[in-house]
Design a protein around this ligand. Structure first.
Ligand SMILES: *Cc1c(COP(=O)(O)O)cnc(C)c1O
Length: 403
């Protein structure tokens, strides 16, 4: 009776994880053993369409053959040199990423939170050296309901008690304004403000899109006040919202891009800060670093991941398929649905009831979704999803609501 065995194995693995692993997540109880493209396969043999894409790290889909091949090829050559020595993969990666961003310089790190920390250090030092902010006085403006990662500094400027409680004391120097409120931003800027750090769309907060024109106005305001605009596009960037970067929906070129997640197509942790030589030039030898940052394996994987985004026109696909998906979803009529919004294949269904039970129901119907901020179901499949698979997914969502 193989089915009983695999159910027993899933239950065993869940028990072992709960016993030996820390409980800092509450995952759906599906135990994945392999994946390809948009599909993930659980150990009981069931397959699911991945509608989370590891928080948009998998824009290129699971185990993309070209990215995996780049990993395998590089893994047998050289994987780590540390930045004490040079390697032959870092230069072409930096050039490729800088060109895609329309920027001059790249500073590679590993996780998203590390890249945000790197950006914070860069803009503070720029504030002291270029803007002549008095020592120890630099301020960074952030938005309410932000999500920028999990380090103590980043956690300290979160407004979410769940992320913060018990982790103080926190780093000073951050000022919070409501997301999408240009007057509040203007009022918060002082001569000590070095930067405004923002997600162009707040994903973890529930796929919150600011009012039209807000990003453009914020960029103009920042330029006028000599405040650096730092766009955290770790989740919205690299094609997810139907443009290469979400800032481009308003023709905004930020001073600093913070990238991660899909930068490696889900294969390896790679993040980066991308900016001008003036801003990243504040780092001199010894002022910042990371043992694994910019390692040849990461650079080879990331370059392949970027090539896939470009060659497969994933931003355009996201725009086309996302518009269709939004149109189809908006036909849903159900008393629990409060609002449906999105850009490209980044769509939130906001409910009047907790979303968890709907995510469980969607799981039974073969779709893996994760609620964000309790009341929102996020739909963000890999951007390589076919029209047929997406149409099937819409049918399953309809079933979840129509019983
Ligand atoms: C995921 C995420 C981060 C943090 O990235 P990690 O790799 O998990 O450290 C930061 N900012 C945004 C907008 C994110 O979505």
């Amino acid at each position: 009776m193989p089915e009983v065995d695999s159910h027993g194995r899933a239950a065993d693995l869940i028990r072992i994880e709960d016993r030996w692993g820390a409980h800092n997540y509450r995952p759906l109880d599906v135990v994945v053993e392999r994946a390809a493209g948009v599909w993930v396969y659980a150990i009981d043999g069931r397959r699911y369409l991945d509608c989370l894409s590891a928080y948009s790290a998998l824009n290129q889909g699971h185990c993309h053959p070209r990215i995996v091949q780049a990993l395998l090829d590089q893994a047998s050559r050289v994987t780590l040199t540390s930045r004490a020595f040079r390697n032959d993969q870092l230069p072409p990666f930096c050039e490729a990423l800088a060109r895609i961003c329309g920027m001059q310089m790249v500073l590679p790190m590993n996780t998203g939170a590390e890249a945000v920390e790197t950006a914070i250090k860069a803009v503070r030092r720029w504030g002291y050296t270029s803007k002549r902010i008095p020592r120890d006085q630099a301020e960074i403006i952030v938005c309410e309901n932000n999500f920028h990662g999990r380090t103590t500094t980043i956690t300290g400027f979160s407004s979410e008690p769940l992320y913060r409680d018990g982790f103080s004391p926190f780093t000073p120097g951050f000022v919070t304004v409501p997301f999408g409120d240009i007057d509040a931003l203007e009022a918060a800027i002082t001569p000590r403000t070095c930067a405004f750090l923002i997600e162009p769309i707040q994903c973890e907060a529930g796929i919150l899109i600011p009012p039209d024109g807000y990003l453009r106005q914020a960029a103009e305001l920042c330029a006028r006040e000599r405040v650096l605009l730092v766009a955290d596009e770790i989740q919205t960037g690299l094609g997810r919202t139907g443009r290469m970067f979400a800032c481009q929906h308003e023709d905004v070129q930020p001073d600093v891009y913070v990238l991660g997640k899909a930068l490696s197509g889900g294969v390896y942790p790679v993040s980066a800060v991308v900016s001008s030589s003036e801003i990243l030039g504040v780092f001199r030898p010894g002022s910042h670093g990371s043992t694994y940052g910019g390692n040849p394996l990461a650079c080879a994987v990331a370059r392949a991941a970027l090539r896939v985004i470009e060659d497969e026109r994933l931003a355009d696909r996201s725009a086309e398929l996302g518009a269709w998906l939004l149109y189809e979803l908006r036909k849903l009529r159900h008393p629990h649905i409060k609002a449906i919004r999105g850009r490209g294949l980044l769509i939130g269904i906001e409910l009047l009831v907790p979303a968890r039970s709907y995510c469980e129901r969607l799981k039974e119907l073969g779709l893996l979704c994760k609620e964000t901020h309790d009341f929102v179901i996020r739909l963000a499949p890999p951007l390589i999803v076919s029209e047929e698979d997406l149409a099937w997914a819409v049918g399953q969502v309809r079933k979840a609501f129509e019983g």
